[in-house]
Design a protein around this ligand. Structure first.
Ligand SMILES: Nc1ncnc2c1ncn2[C@@H]1O[C@H](COP(=O)(O)OP(=O)(O)O)[C@@H](O)[C@H]1O
Ligand SMILES: [Mg+2]
Length: 262
């Protein structure tokens, strides 16, 4: 396999505080290495898109950030969050997941009422006060409140796919994380629902740092501030989204964004 000279292609001049940083992160499934030496800096209040062909390691990278790969992979290197290496041994994984929430590709609401989907998540995280207000606030932030405020007792499964995904976003932000990870959150949705989620993300970044994996180039270009291009498990280019899409430095990036492979 090719080796990549990484440093030349990490051209971002990051201003301001970082929400998260990975240092020499490697992920192994048994003897198979899926992510190589990922050094990425994620600034606060920004959206970073992870793009690249299927199997390039985007989900592996993302899931490792909140320790979802603990049981299935070996993750080496550091994940620095608030001055702590959260990839370390003595870290409280539940606390990590409280601070770093995840939204998955397929909406996965609980088979409970709309209200309970959020209230249950809050109680599970030890939050039992002001539930009504917290439920409303998170539904408003996820741009779902107006559509569900009169039917909070109805089953979450009665909602459309796009509404279910916004409910999952509401559930993730109800516990007030710092960071929101989204793994192809709109790939199972129609274009209108997808745009609603993109619009929601622009509001959410006032409060959270967001990392989104997407196969949709227009979505990455429209909605992210920074983009990391994954290729065969390597982050081979990382830049401001406008620069990466208009002036990619690496031939593989150019080929991918212009649709020549992937
Ligand atoms: N649970 C797993 N066990 C073994 N290999 C895996 C597992 N999940 C992913 N992989 C492998 O790791 C590589 C990266 O996969 P993934 O992170 O899912 O890529 P992407 O999200 O970019 O499509 C692929 O070769 C994939 O087959
Ligand atoms: Mg994936």
């Amino acid at each position: 396999m090719n080796t990549f000279s990484l440093d030349d292609n990490y051209t971002i001049d990051i201003q301001g505080d970082l929400a998260l940083e990975t240092k020499e992160m490697n992920v192994f499934y048994g003897s198979k290495q899926a992510t190589f030496n990922a050094n990425l800096k994620f600034p606060k209040h920004k959206i970073t898109a992870l793009i690249g062909a299927s199997g390039s390691g985007k989900s592996t990278f993302l899931r490792s950030l909140n320790r979802l790969n603990d049981d299935i992979a070996n993750v080496t290197g550091e994940i620095e969050y608030q001055g702590v290496d959260i990839n370390g041994k003595n870290v409280n994984v539940y606390e990590v997941r409280h601070n770093i929430g995840m939204v998955f590709q397929h909406p996965n609401p609980f088979a409970k009422s709309i209200y309970e989907n959020i209230a249950f998540a809050l109680r599970q995280n030890g939050i039992t006060d002001n539930l009504d207000a917290r439920v409303e606030e998170s539904l408003r932030d996820a741009a779902l409140w107006d559509e569900v405020k009169d039917k909070l007792k109805e089953s979450a499964l009665s909602l459309s796919g796009g509404q279910q995904q916004r409910l999952c976003i509401a559930r993730a932000i109800a516990v007030k994380p710092d960071i929101l990870l989204m793994d192809e959150p709109t790939s199972a949705l129609d274009p209108i629902s997808s745009r609603k989620i993109e619009n929601t993300m622009q509001k959410l970044k006032e409060k959270y740092m967001i990392i989104i994996v997407t196969h949709n180039m227009q979505q990455a270009a429209r909605s992210s501030d920074f983009t990391a291009f994954f290729h065969l498990g390597h982050v081979i280019e990382y830049n401001k989204t406008t620069k990466l899409f208009t002036n990619p430095k690496m031939p593989a990036t150019e080929a991918y964004i212009s649709g020549h492979f992937g």
